[in-house]
Design a protein around this ligand. Structure first.
Ligand SMILES: [Fe+2]
Ligand SMILES: [Fe+2]
Length: 274
């Protein structure tokens, strides 16, 4: 039995749990206790305490990409856990920016925290063991979300459009299921699912995470036609979807009629058992 708990998400299902824009998920598998992302600050620690999740016992931490709403809690994690290996793409240490009204704001990781033997710098494909695989995504056949256009990386002293090679996703293969977990899906949720499909040889059975259909800074959704085209692609598989964070509630509502009970929302405090 797999257990997934929303430690931090943009919304909450309980008045006892605070929420904040960002993502942090606790995942318990047969063999591992995993932290997938750490949210924007120490809130994941506070919520973990309230939800009975023991952060010290986590053995694998994964940083999905180098944006602060996913890795801002790293300092707190290093204090609360002294043993887990932390898997991160080396490109996540580059300087990432978001532009607001044309002005760039730093939105990246505090890379002074990333030192020592606990950090594992991952390649495009990183097979941790029979159960855990990390994959980044180079398939870009399906159009990327428009809101990616606001995101930049500093290279050679200049801001250039982010290519999202700092992004990685988690694939858990256990008990006949293949569960794909994404952070923001900047490289396109449909593309990431297809990459996972290439690896597994079939569609994932479950997909969890943000689908990047909402831009939080400008508070703008992707075009309704784009959202519907994503929903159409998601409909092709037999997967169940538990989405959150940068999908946004309105985009969730737009996709719901197509996907029906195969689509559910994961809030802060939601517990899923698979
Ligand atoms: Fe992001
Ligand atoms: Fe995000």
């Amino acid at each position: 039995m797999l257990k997934i708990v929303g430690l931090v998400e943009n919304t909450t299902e309980s008045p006892n749990l605070k929420c904040k824009h960002g993502l942090s998920l606790y995942i318990e598998t047969e063999r591992h206790r995993i932290l997938f992302d750490m949210g924007p600050n120490d809130l994941f620690l506070e919520n973990a305490r309230k939800l009975g999740v023991d952060i010290a016992s986590i053995d694998i931490a994964i940083i999905s990409h180098g944006h602060v709403d996913h890795c801002g809690g790293l300092k707190g994690f290093l204090k609360g856990n002294s043993t887990a290996r932390i898997y991160i793409r080396p490109q996540a240490l580059e300087r990432h920016y978001v532009k607001v009204l044309g002005i760039p704001f730093y939105a990246g990781i505090d890379k002074t925290l990333v030192s020592g033997g606990r950090f594992v710098f991952t390649e495009d494909l990183c097979v941790v063991d029979d159960e855990i695989t990390l994959l980044s995504n180079d398939i870009r056949r399906f159009g990327l979300p428009k809101s990616d256009d606001n995101l930049f990386v500093k290279r050679g002293g200049r801001l250039v459009p982010d290519d999202f090679c700092h992004e990685q996703n988690l694939l858990i293969s256990s008990e006949g299921r293949h569960i794909l977990v994404c952070g923001c899906a900047h490289s396109g949720i449909v593309n990431i699912i297809n990459k996972a499909k290439n690896i597994i040889g079939a569609y994932p059975t479950d997909v969890i995470g943000g689908f990047h259909l909402y831009e939080p800074v400008a508070k703008r959704y992707e075009d309704p036609l784009y959202i519907d085209s994503v929903a159409c692609e998601l409909e092709r598989s037999k997967a169940s979807y538990y989405t959150c964070h940068c999908t946004g509630i309105e985009a969730f509502d737009k996709m719901k009629p197509r996907l029906g009970c195969r689509l559910a929302y994961l809030h802060t405090g939601t517990e899923i058992r698979l």
